[in-house]
Design a protein around this ligand. Structure first.
Ligand code: TRP
Length: 445
C-alpha cells in the first residue's frame, strides 16, 4: 500500500512534539482554563477537568493520531480512506469547525498582541474596563485580528517543516520557561496564599457536580487538546510510522495540562494578592483581559514587565495554535483540489479572516461562536471520531502497535472508544446542545 505518497515529514520527533504541544497550548490554557476554573469555583473544577482530560480526551487524541498517521492525509481524505465515502462528510464538518474556531480565535489573539505591545511601549491603560470595552470590538479589534491572521498564514505558507516546525521548536521551550518564571514570581507576592487555597483546595466536590459543569470540563478538555476537528489528525499525518503514538499522546496531554495548571499558579495568586478575588467569581469571557491588567497596573514597573511577559506568552501560545487550526483547512484544500500550499493558504486564509469580521466587531458573536464550537462542534466531532475508531475502523490497534508494540491496554482503549466515550459525550450533548442554543439566543437579546 503506497499510502505515504511523498508527503512531507516532520524533521524530528522533537519537532513534531513541539508543534503538537504548540497546537494544544494556547488561549485555552492561559485564558479559557483560568476563567472556567474561576467561574466554576476553583479546585473542584480542576479535578473534574483532569478526569475528563485523561479518561475521555486522551483516548480520542490517540484515535486522531492513528487515523492521521495511518492514512497520511488530511481529515476529509483520511476518514474516506478508512471509512468510505460517507465518512468524508465528517471530515468536511471538521474543516468547517476549523474555519469557525480559527476565525474567532484570531480575534482574541489580536487582543493579546495589542496588550503585549502596549505593555512594552506605553504601559497598561489606567481604566482596564474602559480599555477592554474599547479594544475588544470594533475597527481596531478588526485590524489586530487581520494582523494576527496574516502572520499565522505566513508561517503556514512556509510549510510543515519550514514554517510550523521551525517556529514551534524555538518558541515553545521559551513559552514554557516564561510561564514557569511567572509562577515563581507570583509566589513571592505577599497575600498570594488564599489564591492557592482557592485554586487547589476544594471544599465541596459534589456541589459542582452538575451536567453543565461536566459539559464545560469536557468542552475545555477537547478545546485544550485541539481535539474533535482533525488538528492532531492532520499533524500526525506528517509522522513516520516508526513513531510511538501512545507515548506521544501521553506527552502532549501531560505538557498541555502542566501549562494550564502552571498558568493557574500565575493567575490565582496574582488576583488574590491584589484583592481582585471578587472579580474572579463573576468571571466571564473578557475577565482576564480586565482583572490581570488591573493587577499589573498596581504592581508598577515590575508589573508592566511581568504583564508584558504574560501577554507575550499568550501571543506565542495563540500563534502556534492558530497555525494548527489553519493547517487543517490548508492541508484539506491541498488534498482535495490539488493546489500548491501558497495558493491554498491565501485563499482559505482570506475566507477565515472574513469569517472573523463579525466576531471582531460584535463581542456576543465571538462568545456565541466559542460556545457553538466547543459544546457542539468539538464534542460532537469527538463523539463521531470515537464511534468511527471504535466501530468502523477494522483494526486501529495494529496501527497503534506500529512503532509502539502491543500494549496490553489496547483492547481497553478500543472499548473506551466504543462504549464509554459515546455514552458520556452523548449524555452531555443531550443536555448541553439545547442549553448552548438557548445561551446563544440570549446573547443577542
Ligand atoms: N488547543 C488550543 C488552545 O488551547 C486551541 C486550538 C488549536 C484548538 N487547535 C485547535 C481547539 C483545534 C480545538 C481544535 O488554545
Amino acid at each position: 500500500m503506497s499510502v505515504h505518497r511523498g508527503r512531507e515529514h516532520w524533521r524530528s520527533r522533537f519537532g513534531f512534539l513541539m508543534a503538537a504541544i504548540g497546537s494544544a497550548v494556547g488561549l485555552g490554557n492561559m485564558w479559557r482554563f483560568s476563567y472556567l476554573t474561576a467561574e466554576h469555583g476553583g479546585a473542584a473544577f480542576v479535578l473534574l477537568y483532569v478526569l475528563m482530560l485523561f479518561f475521555i480526551a486522551v483516548p480520542i487524541l490517540l484515535a486522531e493520531m492513528v487515523i492521521g498517521r495511518g492514512a497520511a492525509r488530511g481529515p476529509v481524505q483520511a476518514l474516506g480512506f478508512f471509512g468510505g465515502r460517507a465518512w468524508k462528510s465528517l471530515g468536511a464538518v471538521f474543516v468547517a469547525a476549523g474555519f469557525v474556531i480559527a476565525s474567532y480565535y484570531s480575534v482574541i489573539a489580536g487582543w493579546t498582541l495589542r496588550y503585549t505591545l502596549e505593555a512594552i511601549f506605553i504601559g497598561f491603560a489606567d481604566d482596564p474596563v474602559g480599555h477592554f470595552t474599547r479594544i475588544s470590538s470594533g475597527g481596531e479589534a478588526l485590524a489586530w485580528h487581520l494582523i494576527f491572521m496574516a502572520g499565522s498564514l505566513w508561517i503556514v505558507a512556509n510549510g510543515v517543516t519550514g514554517g510550523i516546525e521551525r517556529t514551534a521548536v524555538i518558541v515553545m521551550p521559551l513559552l514554557f520557561l516564561v510561564v514557569c518564571g511567572l509562577a515563581v514570581y507570583a509566589a513571592t507576592l505577599p497575600g498570594a496564599g488564599p489564591g492557592y487555597a482557592y485554586y487547589l483546595n476544594a471544599e465541596d466536590y459534589f456541589a459542582i457536580f452538575s451536567p453543565a459543569v461536566l459539559a464545560d470540563a469536557a468542552g475545555q478538555a477537547f478545546f485544550s487538546l485541539s481535539l474533535g476537528m482533525g488538528a492532531m489528525l492532520t499533524y500526525a499525518s506528517y509522522l513516520e510510522r516508526t513513531t510511538n503514538l501512545p507515548l506521544q499522546s501521553g506527552m502532549i496531554a501531560v505538557a498541555d495540562f502542566a501549562i494550564a495548571f502552571i498558568a493557574g499558579l500565575v493567575v490565582f495568586p496574582l488576583l488574590f494578592a491584589l484583592g481582585l478575588a471578587q472579580d474572579v467569581s463573576e468571571s466571564t469571557l473578557g475577565a482576564l483581559f480586565i482583572t490581570l491588567p488591573k493587577a499589573f497596573l498596581e504592581l508598577g514597573l515590575v508589573g508592566r514587565a511581568i504583564g508584558a511577559l504574560f501577554f507575550a506568552a499568550l501571543v506565542v501560545g495563540a500563534l502556534t495554535s492558530l497555525i494548527s487550526l489553519l493547517e487543517v483547512v490548508v492541508a484539506s484544500t491541498i488534498d482535495i483540489v490539488d493546489w500548491d500550499r501558497r495558493r491554498a493558504t491565501i485563499v482559505t486564509g482570506i475566507a477565515a479572516a472574513a469569517l472573523g469580521v463579525p466576531a471582531a466587531i460584535h463581542l456576543p458573536v465571538l462568545d456565541a461562536m466559542d460556545q457553538v464550537a466547543t459544546h457542539i462542534l468539538l464534542i460532537g466531532g469527538g463523539l463521531a471520531l470515537a464511534v468511527f475508531t471504535g466501530w468502523r475502523m477494522e483494526d486501529p490497534e495494529s496501527e497503534v502497535a506500529l512503532g509502539a508494540g502491543h500494549y496490553f491496554w489496547l483492547p481497553l482503549w478500543r472499548r473506551i472508544l466504543r462504549y464509554a466515550v459515546p455514552v458520556v459525550l452523548g449524555l452531555l450533548m443531550l443536555q448541553s446542545v439545547p442549553r448552548t442554543i438557548a445561551n446563544v439566543i440570549a446573547l443577542f437579546d
